[in-house]
Design a protein around this ligand. Structure first.
Ligand code: TYD
Ligand code: MG
Length: 445
């Protein structure tokens, strides 16, 4: 006789208890406990199993499905690997379904793709597919949300790629928890992961994110899947950024750039051209290069320093570590005797990007000085250096990659440490030993 056991589990942090509790001792959230009835789950693993020698394991298909949308393929690590289980997440309306449909359509030119649109009716999907001209014999749709039906048809028909849009809208009868709960999400993800691995069917699920920007279902999905990709919006140019935050088959923090247009997501392979076009040749603006994933982004740092009207001057910083800016302001004040401590400092990274690490130190210092002295930095220049607490300018890594990218977009002058090793380049290289020497870029100071 199968014994049915029940216990209660916190939706938020998975804390287990035999009795229902109002407040979770684990995460202190209220009313998060769900009753879990263990029936089928308890039987898992009891079946007899065969151990095998590694020789007898069949070779995996080892297929990489290339979409020929290079911004997507690069972020994925070359394409979608057969049998991988991936999640694409982002705010509602950001373009997840659009992107998944465009990718599915391209892959369906060679492979068999099943698209389960649990979130939208087939009529809605048809409207989108017609608008995007994503019509293909090998791309088949269903709007069922029943996971058992999805798995059964996938096991029978063996598509190469399965899209579940979205996983939060699917339900499974393998768990007694209510549809939409974390218990359902966890069980659904587990079943799909088994399907992907056992049947070698690549599976991409879309997932919502919470207000805080995490995938709904705290970390549950992230641990199970092979890759997590975020689609984020950058409202300035209707830009959409695809970012890998976990990828068993590629680099993390790899970025792909798209623009939302009337006919779907268009790639923006020349993102650096866009970024450079936005740069103003004004006091406080300095160009730096920052490596995200595998490629450098040419970003404008913008500083505004202004004599403070308040007792405690303001430091308002976005896109960069606040402490890094404050520290560099202190270094400049100490060694150059300039009165930044009586100035408000406003600092941001152009295009809404975020940068971190010390390779942008020199750029930050020059932006602060440029605004303070109200003089622009020479046009078509880029700053690539670290600054130590003693005010020395230090070399940075991968300088060749930064310079190559900068030169591609018309940069003519490069500011670096005097100790920076640089292979032959056509740009003019200006070397600095310490922060005093930065003053040579400004007149009458
Ligand atoms: P969608 O892919 O449905 O977003 P998600 O699945 O992340 O919720 O995208 C919805 C938005 O994109 C909607 O506001 C309309 C817009 N859109 C376009 O601008 N152009 C297009 O070609 C398509 C299909 C959608
Ligand atoms: Mg959608």
């Amino acid at each position: 006789m199968t014994k049915i056991k029940t216990h209660f589990q916190c939706d938020n942090c998975n804390y287990n208890t035999v009795k229902w509790l109002g407040c979770c001792p684990g995460c202190k959230q209220w009313e998060t406990f769900q009753e879990i009835t263990e029936t089928k789950t308890a039987k898992r693993g009891l079946a007899s199993l065969d151990l095998v020698s590694i020789h007898s394991v069949p070779q995996s298909k080892n297929i990489t499905m290339v979409s020929n949308i290079p911004e997507w393929d690069r972020v994925l690590g070359g394409g979608i690997i057969a049998g991988s289980f991936l999640v694409l997440t982002g705010d509602p309306g950001i373009g997840k379904s659009t992107l998944l449909l465009q990718v599915s359509n391209n892959i369906a030119k060679k492979q068999k793709v099943f698209y389960f649109s649990s979130e939208e009716s087939l009529q809605q999907v048809k409207n989108r597919a017609e608008r995007l001209e994503c019509i293909n014999e090998n791309l088949l749709f269903s709007d069922t949300a029943n996971l058992e039906s999805i798995i059964a048809i996938a096991q029978k028909e063996k598509p190469d790629l399965l899209i579940i849009d979205s996983i939060q809208n699917c339900y499974t009868s393998q768990t007694q928890t209510v549809p939409g709960s974390i218990g359902q999400l966890r069980e659904s993800a587990f079943l799909l992961m088994r399907l992907a691995k056992e049947s070698d069917i690549a599976t991409i699920v879309s997932g919502h994110i919470t207000k805080e920007g995490n995938i709904a279902g705290p970390k549950t999905l992230e641990h199970i899947v092979d890759g997590v990709f975020y689609l984020q919006g950058e409202d300035r140019w209707q830009t959409r950024i695809l970012r890998s935050v976990k990828n068993r088959f590629g680099t993390i923090n790899e970025l792909g750039f798209f623009q939302m247009t009337q006919s779907g997501l268009q790639e923006m392979p020349n993102i650096n051209q866009h970024l450079i076009d936005q740069v103003s040749h004004s006091p406080g603006s300095v160009l730096v290069s920052f490596i995200e994933g595998s490629r450098p982004l040419l970003l404008e740092l913008q500083a505004l320093t202004i004599s403070s009207k308040l007792g405690i001057p303001q430091r308002v910083v976005s896109g960069i570590d606040h402490k890094q800016v404050v520290l560099l302001a202190a270094i400049l004040e100490k060694y150059l005797q300039i009165k930044l401590s009586t100035h408000d400092i406003f600092f941001k990274v152009g295009g809404g990007f975020k940068v971190k690490g010390s390779s942008t130190d020199l750029g930050i210092a020059l932006a602060l000085l440029s605004s303070y002295f109200q003089q622009p930095i020479p046009h078509k220049s880029i700053a690539l250096g670290e600054i130590s607490l003693t005010g020395h300018i230090k070399p940075i890594n991968q300088i060749g990659m930064h310079i190559k990218e900068a030169e591609k977009f018309g940069i003519k002058q490069i500011f670096v440490s005097k100790d920076q090793k640089i292979e032959k380049t056509k740009s003019s290289i200006k070397r600095f030993c310490n922060v005093y020497e930065l003053l040579s870029l400004f007149e009458n100071v």
